[in-house]
Write a protein that binds this ligand. Structure first.
Ligand code: ADP
Ligand code: MG
Length: 348
């Protein structure tokens, strides 16, 4: 590969320009543009059928695009033949939901397989495979067969194999979806560790918001093949804008308990307020600040604060006495000013 551009640090490692991939009448990826930055962990989320797998397969040439352009480190790779893709595919490797290991091969041979295909001599392959076994904490398992491993261990083999040829980008298609929550967390920690240690760019697609909130720096929300929302994970979690994102976040964020929702009226003694807060305000005793500002003492109906990417992100349902309209207005104005999102849902 010829490096035609001087290595400016701001150049995206992968750049998608207006790409589309259609299956008969469905546009699985629909005029999508996206820059993937070197060294980032990018989460791509969306419901089933949103086009996530198609998109990630376009990134390593497993899926051809009908329209647009794909650049890898500044090189146009949009319309390469299968053989021209080969060197790039070592640079952009992938892990899968069902691991895709060869059941007849031992752990060490599964890991060394990409090196064998690349013509690396046996002794070198062994050496590299042993390094990787160490890296993914599978020491002692090198001679086992996949059937003798747990799901988490199988995925560690998948990760080691993906790293064998020193890729620059690791693509993950629902790599933790078949794992239990605890194992998911340990695999995510491994991916985050590899990202830091090897400065590897990671693109992970998932339908699980927890995966994104625990390791991604940036998130892209996909719906019907288009990007509907994009930004830093903590910003998106603090104030999602698109309906798809809001719906997906609903599973992991507090919702107004049904007994309150049922009782909401246009007027009443207590205002029920939905509040999202993040960053500095969420570090402060903000309930006390509301009281200081308005003279009203809020009560928490439901909610709490989470830490996402080291930043506090809170979501609350508050009850505020509504008899004194002036005071209520003061409290709500304060919340609108300092919160990420504030809405008076109704009264009880
Ligand atoms: N090989 C294919 N042939 C026909 N339609 C496909 C094919 N792959 C994906 N699709 C369609 O493209 C859309 C996006 O699918 P996919 O990329 O698998 O979404 P996701 O991974 O987000 O669930 C769906 O409507 C799906 O039915
Ligand atoms: Mg998929």
């Amino acid at each position: 590969m010829v490096n035609s551009k001087m290595g400016s640090t701001s150049e995206p490692i992968i750049s998608l320009k207006n790409i589309s991939r259609r299956f008969s009448r469905t546009a699985a990826v629909d005029h999508l543009s996206l820059d993937i930055e070197k060294g980032e962990i990018l989460g791509i989320i969306g419901r089933s059928g949103a086009g996530k797998s198609t998109l990630i397969r376009c990134l390593n040439g497993l899926e051809r695009i009908d329209e647009g352009q794909i650049f890898f480190e500044g090189h146009d790779v949009s319309h390469l033949s299968e053989s021209e893709w080969a060197p790039y595919r070592q640079r952009i490797s992938m892990i899968f939901q069902h691991f895709n290991l060869l059941s007849s091969k031992r752990v060490i041979d599964n890991i060394a397989l990409p090196l064998k295909l690349a013509g690396v001599p046996k002794e070198k392959r062994r050496e590299r495979a042993m390094e990787l076994i160490e890296l993914v904490s599978l020491k002692g398992k090198e001679l086992h067969f996949p059937a003798e491993l747990s799901g988490g261990q199988k995925q560690r083999v998948g990760i080691a194999r993906a790293l064998a040829a020193n890729p620059k980008v690791l693509l993950s298609d629902e790599a933790t979806s078949a794992l239990d929550p605890e194992t998911t967390q340990s695999i995510l920690e491994l991916i985050a560790d590899i990202n830091k240690r090897l400065n590897l760019t990671v693109v992970l697609i998932t339908h699980e918001m927890e995966v994104v909130s625990s390791i991604a720096n940036r998130v892209v929300v996909l719906n019907k093949g288009k990007i509907v929302e994009e930004g830093r994970v903590r910003d998106i979690f603090a104030s999602p804008q698109d309906d798809t994102t809001i719906a997906m976040l609903r599973i992991v964020t507090p919702q107004l308990p049904a007994e309150f929702a049922k009782r909401l009226k246009p007027e009443g003694d207590e205002a029920v307020i939905e509040l999202n807060i993040a960053g500095d305000v969420a570090r402060e005793p903000f309930l006390h600040l509301i009281e200081y500002e308005s003279g009203l003492i809020p009560r928490i109906l439901h909610g709490g604060i989470d830490t996402i990417q080291g930043e506090p992100v809170g979501r609350f349902f508050l009850g505020l006495p509504a008899k004194d309209k002036d005071k209520l207005d003061k409290a709500v104005s304060w919340l609108i000013k300092h919160g990420r999102y504030c809405e008076v849902l109704g009264y009880v």
